[in-house]
Design a protein around this ligand. Structure first.
Ligand code: RB5
Length: 148
């Protein structure tokens, strides 16, 4: 079973807790990097901890939640080896796995409701990378990453 690193800021905290419950009920191992309340804080702190955890190999996937998901996604994609996708619906979740081999899912608590968010999470975890022609494209991303 995959290990999942999860983090949020204050705006994503309640949804993070719901996602944790959901993933634990499915048997995933969770590493929670905070935040642990709705007290105002800064999303890059938590994106960094989740991404470093993936880089260390402790977790294979990450989930980041903030108000829109945008700040988390921008931050996460600064880290080598991270392919973070902001998903607003199940289609984006499916395609981000099939075509982009996304390893971090970003969600916006102020944008999607809890039921939709959990459905996005379910699809994202149950969809495999398709490989084939998409392998080459993901390799392009890795080549670009190696240049910077
Ligand atoms: C916090 O107010 C908000 O800016 C943050 O959660 C996120 O939406 C940033 O992208």
């Amino acid at each position: 079973m995959l290990s999942v690193a999860i983090g949020s800021d204050h705006a994503g905290y309640p949804l993070k807790e719901k996602i944790k419950e959901f993933l634990l009920s499915k048997g995933y191992k969770l590493l929670d990097f905070g935040t642990q309340s709705t007290t105002s804080t800064d999303y890059p702190l938590f994106a960094r901890e989740v991404c470093l955890s993936l880089q260390r190999g402790e977790a294979q996937r990450g989930i980041l939640v903030c108000g829109t998901g945008v700040g988390m996604c921008i931050t996460a994609n600064k880290f080598k080896g991270i392919r973070a996708a902001l998903c607003l619906n199940e289609y984006m979740a499916r395609m981000s796995r099939k075509h982009n081999d996304a390893n971090v899912l970003c969600l916006g608590e102020r944008v999607v409701g809890v039921d939709l968010a959990l459905s996005i999470v379910e699809v994202w975890f149950s969809t495999d990378f398709e490989g084939g022609r998409h392998e080459k494209r993901v390799k392009f991303i890795k080549d670009i990453e190696a240049m910077i």
